[in-house]
Structures are given as C-alpha cells and as structure tokens.
Design a protein around this ligand. Structure first.
Ligand code: BES
Ligand code: ZN
Ligand code: ZN
Length: 494
C-alpha cells in the first residue's frame, strides 16, 4: 500500500511543475464555470462548452496545457457552484482515481481555508489507490496512481500529516480486504494486526484456539470449527497516559464466509472475502488514533474465523456457549457473524468502557434496506446520533435504524437462551441481527447501566461493485474508517 507524497504550496498552481494540473469546473445554470480567476486561464474558461465540459461530478476531461508549468490540464467537475469541503474532497478524489499512469499531480482547486486544503489532500490521497500485489508488473505500471500530489492553498504540515494518516488507514482496510482468502485467514490476519500494531506502538494480544477454549469463547470457536485454519481473537490496545475515556471497538472478521453447512449458493459466495471488513476497520481506526496521538484509550477486538462446511463444522441445531455463559441455538450457520461478535462484545464489555461500537458486514438485509452507500446504524440513540453526526462532518453517510420491540421475541429458542435466526423469516433481517447483538452488551458501574453501544452494519457500502465515484474505486471502500476516527477525536476532546 502506498499513499502519495503530499505537499502544500502557497504559490499559484500554474507555476508548480507536475505532469498534470487539475482545475475544477462547476455546473451552473449558465453552463460550466471554471473555478479559477487566473487571467492566464481566461481563454480556457470560455472554451469549456465547446469541448463538452459540463462540470458534473466525476466528469474528467484532459486538455493540453498551454499556460501552466504542466504538460496537461485535467478538468474535474465539482457539481454545483457553492463548493463545500465535501465537494472538494470528492472532486480531488475523483481526479486521482481517474488519472492513472501519471506520476505527479498539482491541484488548483478553490481552497480558501486550511480545512478545504485538508479536504483536497484527503480526497486526492484516497483516490490514488491501487491494489497491485496480485498483478504482473507489466500491467501494474499503466494502472499506477500518482505518487506525488501538490495542493495549492493555505495550510501545511498539519494538514499533510492528517490526510496521510487518514488515507493510510482507509488503504489499510482496502489492502486487507482485497487480499484473497487463500492468503488471508485468521492466523495471517492476526499476524498482520501484530505487525501493524507494533509498528504504531500499540500492544496486540492474540488468543489462539487453546486460549479461546480456556476463555469460553464458544461463538468464535463454533464458527471456526469447520475450517482447518483455526480462529483467533485479537485485542489491540492503545492506552495513552492522558486518556480519560475508553472506547471499545469490535469488528467482524470472517476471512471467508461460505455459509458453513447452511451453504451459500455460488453467486452469493462471491465476494465473501469481504466478510472481515469490520475487523480491518477497527484495526485501522485504532492505528490512526495512535498516529494522531489522540488522548483516548481504544481497545479493538478482532473476531476472526473462517466459516467453512466440513466434517468438523458446526451443525444447524447445535447449541454453543458464548463467553460469559449465554447459550445460543444455531439454526443457520450462515448467520455466523453475530456469533463471533457476541464473544467480542462480551469481552469488550468486561472492561466497562465508556462506549462500545461494533462494525460488521453482518446481513444481506442491510444491502436490501439501505443499498450501497448508507451504513445502517443501530443501538443507543445518543451514541448512534454521535456516530451519524461524525460521519456527516467527514462526508460519510450513516443512517439511524431502529431495533423495534417486536424483534427480540422472534429469537426465542426452544432449548437455549437465544436462537441465532428465526427460521423462514425474511423481514427486518438487519434489525433482528442488531437485537441479537444487544443481548451481549454488558453493564457498567454500581447501578449496572448498560454500556452505551452502537452497531454499524456495513454489508452494503463496504464494497463498491459498481463503477467508481468520487475517491471510491471498484472494490473495498474503507467505509466508516473516517467517521470513526472523527468520533474518536470527539471523545478525546470531551
Ligand atoms: N456475511 C453475510 C452478510 C452479507 C451478505 C454481507 C451479503 C455482504 C453481502 C452474513 O454472514 C450472512 O450470511 N447473513 C445472512 C443471515 C441470515 C442467514 C439470517 C444473510 O444476510 O443472508
Ligand atoms: Zn454468513
Ligand atoms: Zn458473514
């Protein structure tokens, strides 16, 4: 994974030497408007309609640069004319995503504040992503994104550092998720977490099967039972000395989800390497928090297993015992995420953190309900609101969803404390899964208040199967990483 080298300059973008100069075009009622009043560009501004430029989002047109220190100018649409930081992030990311085989890019977008410069830096770094580890070298070079990005505008080192850390976090998720399940399984994902965590000064504990058995982690063990590659629970701790609050993050880390004995049909199994996105997300957020030196204690729990059908696999009808003692009747082995998450949520609760946020590609129902761009967000109203709000500030769309009171009774089991599904039911799958998870949230303090909890079902937006948009290419998106970094910052400053 590489994040481009980021630079900020107070000079005019037209004087910076680079391969391509990126300028913005707004879409207005009077036609396209070049977002630069540099007199040297007056001629180009008039030509826009003639070359078919409209200023629509994601529209990129390259023209020869007669007036700048670059070879070519790329015109990127920013949408409507009252440009926000979100529009700038989107446009910059769309430009670097689409400009391939180009080494250096300079941005001359209308940035008037350091915050807007940050948005351009961040978008540009996020768009400049490629996963080439499994491609032959000859193909690789033509697809390479820019390695140097210069942004003309106010700001400097602080914005550069932040954008680099945030983009690195998002790209870490994308890299881990892209890695095929042949190579990425619980043991190797745990090893990656150890390597990444230690390089950021975090402490990382890995519980292998014997320790999981001793600890009573029946959910993770049960799901992992069908695979020759055993499950793991990884605890990543960031404990800065001045932290007064403690955030626990729990991530679903199914390195491949076949459905187990409740086997998925072939078409639904494609893409199930994505089922560890939650674990990658909570890891990346913790790494970023450490690199940003936030005054917040964070403990991330990565619940790792491979869900395989085999002679040793868990059967529909088996009863497993989650850490802490609650029993679950497993009626469908494809509803495995909630089983590994139950162990993670109990373990997280034992430390009585100030809040628990879990992230999981939990249900196909999330995709049906909210599509590919909205994260279903459930749990305690106030915490859900804070996460949704943090998302809004960084341009990530999270959407509050309810846990209706009629849902938990559907999970009544004939012989255990709870069942993992209601057979035959197709309604409200995302909400039922949330109700299941809620049973495993612990309490805190003498009055035994439930620990504030929010659940993010990222099954829809974790993966972009469609064409690219903004800084998001095809494949894993790294959704929720930026929202959670923003939330962690809120908690650190409170
Ligand atoms: N990993 C899937 C959820 C999923 C589906 C994520 C599609 C991304 C895209 C999860 O483990 C699962 O299979 N859930 C079942 C639950 C059902 C058996 C109650 C589902 O959603 O069909
Ligand atoms: Zn499943
Ligand atoms: Zn799954």
């Amino acid at each position: 994974m590489t994040v481009p080298t980021l630079l900020v300059t107070a000079e005019s973008a037209l004087t910076v030497e680079a391969d391509v100069l990126v300028l913005g075009v707004a879409k207005t009622e009077d036609g396209p408007r070049l977002l630069s009043d540099d007199p040297a560009l007056a001629e180009l501004a008039v030509l826009l309609p003639a070359i078919g430029v409209t200023g629509a989002q994601d529209e990129l047109r390259r023209v020869p640069a007669m007036v700048a220190a670059t070879e070519s100018i790329a015109l990127i649409g920013v949408g409507n004319a009252d440009v926000t930081a979100h529009d700038l992030r989107y446009a910059a990311g769309s430009a670097t995503r689409q400009l391939r085989g180009v080494e250096s890019i300079v941005f001359g977008l209308p940035t008037t504040t350091a915050e807007e410069t940050l948005a351009v830096l961040e978008g540009a770094a996020l768009g400049a992503y490629a996963f080439t580890a499994y491609r032959s070298a000859s193909l690789e070079s033509t697809k390479s994104p820019a390695t140097t990005v210069t942004v003309a505008g106010p700001g400097g080192e602080e914005q550069i550092e932040r954008a680099t850390i945030v983009a690195r976090a998002v790209h870490t998720v994308r890299d881990l998720v892209n890695t095929p399940p042949l190579d990425l399984y619980p043991e190797t994902l745990a090893a990656r977490a150890v390597a990444l965590g230690e390089s950021a000064g975090l402490s990382v504990d890995v519980l292998a099967e014997d320790e999981l058995r001793e600890g009573g982690f029946g959910g993770i063990l049960g799901v992992g039972m069908g695979s020759s590659r055993g499950p793991r629970l990884v605890k990543v701790s960031y404990s800065p000395p001045n932290a007064s609050r403690h955030l626990a993050l729990v991530g679903k880390g199914i390195t491949f989800d076949t459905g187990g004995l409740s086997l998925k049909p072939p078409a639904s199994m494609i893409g199930m390497k994505y089922d560890m996105t939650g674990a990658a997300t909570v890891l990346a957020v913790t790494l970023a928090a450490a690199q940003l030196r936030l005054d917040l204690r964070i403990t991330a729990w990565l619940c790792l297993a491979e869900n395989m059908p085999s002679g040793t696999a868990m059967r529909p009808g088996d009863v497993i015992r989650i850490r802490g003692g609650k029993t679950v009747e497993v009626l469908n082995t494809d509803a495995e995420g909630r089983l590994v998450m139950a162990d993670g949520l109990v373990a997280a609760s034992e430390e009585e953190p100030d809040a628990i946020i879990d992230v999981a590609t939990l249900t196909g129902a999330a995709l049906i309900a909210l599509g590919n761009r909205y994260v279903g967000t459930m749990g305690d109203t106030a915490l859900v609101e804070s996460v949704v709000d943090a998302g809004n500030r960084v341009g990530e769309t999270l959407w509050p969803m309810p846990i209706p009171s009629d849902v938990r009774p559907m999970l009544a089991s004939d012989i255990a404390d709870i069942a993992n599904i209601k057979p035959g039911n197709t309604a409200a799958g995302m909400l039922i899964a949330a109700a299941f998870l809620r049973d495993f949230i612990g309490t805190t303090g003498e009055e035994k208040r439930p620990i504030p909890w929010a659940h993010l079902d990222i099954a829809g937006p974790a993966n972009n199967g469609a064409a690219g948009w903004g800084f998001t290419g095809k494949g894993p998106t790294g959704v929720a990483v930026r929202a959670l970094i923003e939330l962690a910052e809120d908690l650190a400053h409170r």
